[in-house]
Design a protein around this ligand. Structure first.
Ligand SMILES: Nc1ncnc2c1ncn2[C@@H]1O[C@H](COP(=O)(O)OP(=O)(O)OP(=O)(O)O)[C@@H](O)[C@H]1O
Length: 316
């Protein structure tokens, strides 16, 4: 598909958007597009610019430069379209804590102007989706963190938006509820919804169709999650030992490594010269540091982040 066709079908698009807060560049010429019925994940550590980008998409802040589009319409000129076709779940979605699950859903249904008959059907459907059907009378304030997030998502879905935008919806949610939440997102995507979701949990990248890795206000890479590992052009190794920090220090100061990062009880590294892989273990053993094992590994998203932060993160 040529670029112009892609642009025409994109459900969301950012074109060279920038936003600064004084000296802080929260967004630096960020461009990407999200195809219809796909999940696009904005992945990155806190402060990377994810919230700023999301808030600009839902017209909660104005950009210094660049343009945002929903299905080819300029965001800031399409308030009606956004209201009826886009759902937004901020980091702190305001549920009514004293209202029950059902009352919250009805409240948001009325707020979005959903007709009574449609609302009943949608609420039943959302119960099936979310598993909240057994808790309809429970006060929102008495739900677990994971259930609260499912209720917030359901309230946002009550007007059946075609595009949904979620800012770190699984933050602080336990792993089981995170899985449930992503299962709901996947079902929505399969039914045709376009989803832009941000997260600081790197493992969630693999649940997206496309990811944008964000750091320092820049998109360091946009790709399918499984293609990101090909960014590593040289083998990546992991050295494990009881005192990983000592192995790290040794490797980092040895001058032999391009990349060298401490990951829990192991060190991930690449070598400047491929032939050094034959004797790196002996070299470490010859010091007073004990290395139990050195293995070649597939790079994970965290490794990629560190690589891209080093190679691209400081561009202006
Ligand atoms: N209103 C503001 N005033 C000043 N600086 C801001 C403002 N909003 C965001 N920033 C700064 O812009 C940068 C990007 O912040 P942003 O909230 O977009 O990142 P994030 O990736 O969403 O992280 P988080 O998960 O912490 O919100 C950060 O350095 C942040 O401190």
């Amino acid at each position: 598909m040529c670029t112009s066709e892609k642009e025409a079908t994109a459900a969301l698009e950012a074109r060279a958007v920038s936003k600064g807060y004084g000296a802080i560049k929260a967004l630096s010429r960020v461009s990407f597009s999200v195809e219809k019925s796909t999940i696009f994940g904005l992945i990155g550590p806190d402060g990377g610019g994810k919230t700023t980008l999301i808030r600009a998409f839902v017209s909660l802040l104005t950009l210094d430069e660049g343009e945002l589009y929903f299905q080819g319409r300029r965001v800031n000129k399409s308030a009606d379209f956004v209201r009826s076709h886009v759902g937004y779940m901020p980091q702190r979605f305001s549920l009514y804590q004293d209202l029950s699950v059902e009352e919250n859903l009805r409240f948001f249904g009325r707020l979005f102007g959903v007709e009574r008959r449609d609302l009943e059907k949608r609420i039943q459907r959302l119960y099936e989706f979310s598993g909240l059907g057994s808790f309809t009378k429970r006060r929102a304030g008495a739900l677990s963190g994971g259930m609260k997030q499912k209720l917030a998502l359901s309230c946002m879905l009550v007007h059946a938006p075609e595009i949904i935008i979620l800012d770190e919806p699984t933050f602080g949610v336990d792993p089981v509820s995170r899985n449930d939440f992503w299962a709901i997102l996947t079902s929505l995507r399969d039914e045709g919804t376009t989803i832009l979701v941000s997260t600081a949990y790197m493992d969630e990248a693999y649940l997206c169709d496309m990811v944008g890795l964000m750091f320092g206000g820049k998109l360091l890479a946009v790709d399918e999650p499984n293609r990101l590992k090909s960014y590593y052009e040289v083998p990546l190794y992991r050295a494990e030992g009881a005192k990983a920090h000592q192995i790290y220090r040794f490797l980092d100061e040895s001058g032999l490594c391009d990349q060298c990062n401490l990951f829990g009880d192991g060190v991930h590294f690449t070598l400047k010269k491929a032939e050094d892989s034959k004797h790196i273990e002996t070299l470490i053993q010859s010091t007073s540091y004990t290395v139990d094992n050195i293995v070649r590994i597939e790079p994970g998203i965290e490794d990629l982040f560190l690589l891209l932060m080093e190679t691209k993160g400081s561009y202006t």
